[in-house]
Ligand binder design. Structure first.
Ligand code: C2E
Ligand code: MG
Ligand code: MG
Ligand code: MG
Length: 278
């Protein structure tokens, strides 16, 4: 009996694995077509100054409209883009689109100096041979205002090859590109990297914001991160602000800015432009 069960368990496991692999392959095939068939679109989530309530920039977030399955979450398809290598083309497309929007908004006088457009970069894209040059080309092609482009990286980018990461970032920093450390607090060793990396902003992960109004240890952590960032001359952005209460707490901690459903989720380009005109 034990043997039977054991064998069944293995077969079940194998089938499950096979299902996952084939689902991944199907998605990979769909993603191959997605770029040429224009199924990707960028949405923009406003970043706001906590003190003044003014829009201080945006984060570009990738959306995939699947012809049959509807909108698929980036959490589900970005890992597939990464493993398949498609992230190189899609990631470059994201940079170009964001730069194009920036160019349009600044030519209309809607993008004020000091505002920043954040673009998420995944590890494989960051390490790509042409990454630095591709970003510089996009800045020039679209005549992006100096200082307007911000690149969001996670610790995953840095962990293996710190010196290479520093070099990549420094080269782009010389072209007025700024860097934000995304999902701050969720990795292992962020604090030791802070000293070495040319990062200008910390983004506090939304998992620390969610329970801010009733979890004392989250409050201590968030206040400590903000205090540390301020002492290190870094900007702090809180992610995932959904309530007035969370915003008020962040205000008392002197957090610089925030993003979240409380003000607005990521919205299509036209809607974001309307928001800039308000
Ligand atoms: P992220 O960079 O940390 O982006 C923030 C995520 O939080 C976004 O999810 C955003 O829609 C969501 N969010 C914003 N405000 C709130 C809120 O108040 N409450 C809650 N619950 N969520 C909020 P999204 O758009 O699903 O993106 C998920 C992740 O996918 C991003 O996390 C980022 O890591 C990745 N991603 C998105 N676009 C790109 C891209 O163009 N390139 C790369 N490499 N990664 C991307
Ligand atoms: Mg981000
Ligand atoms: Mg984040
Ligand atoms: Mg993230």
């Amino acid at each position: 009996h034990v043997k039977e069960k054991g064998r069944d368990a293995i077969e079940f496991f194998n089938e499950d694995m096979a299902d996952k692999v084939s689902a991944q392959l199907v998605m990979e095939g769909d993603l191959h077509r997605a770029l040429e068939q224009q199924q990707f679109v960028l949405h923009y989530q406003p970043k706001l100054d906590i003190e003044t309530g003014e829009v201080v920039g945006a984060e570009a977030l990738l959306r995939w409209q699947h012809p049959e399955k509807g909108q698929i979450s980036p959490m589900d398809f970005i890992p597939v883009l990464e493993t398949s290598g498609l992230i190189l083309d899609v990631g470059q497309w994201v940079i170009e689109q964001a730069c194009q929007s920036l160019a349009i908004w600044s030519s209309k006088g809607l993008w004020r100096p000091g505002m920043t457009m954040s673009v998420n970069i995944s590890p494989r894209q960051f390490r790509g041979a042409s990454f630095v040059q591709d970003v510089i080309d996009a800045l020039q092609r679209y005549d992006v205002p100096p200082g307007a482009l911000d690149i969001e990286v996670t610790e995953g980018i840095i962990i293996q090859r710190v010196d290479e990461a520093i070099e990549t970032m420094s080269t782009l920093a010389a072209h007025q590109v700024s860097f934000s450390l995304d999902d701050f607090g969720t990795g292992y060793s962020s604090i030791s990297y802070l000293k070495r990396l040319p990062v200008s902003t910390l983004k506090i992960d939304k998992s620390f914001i969610r329970d801010l109004s009733h979890d004392r240890s989250d409050r201590v952590l968030v206040e400590t991160i903000i205090t540390m960032a301020r002492l290190l001359d870094l900007n702090v952005v809180a992610e995932g602000v959904e309530t007035a209460e969370q915003l008020e707490i962040l205000h008392t901690y002197h957090c610089h800015s925030y993003q979240g459903f409380y003000f607005s989720p990521a919205v299509p380009e036209i809607q974001f432009e309307a928001l800039l005109k308000r």
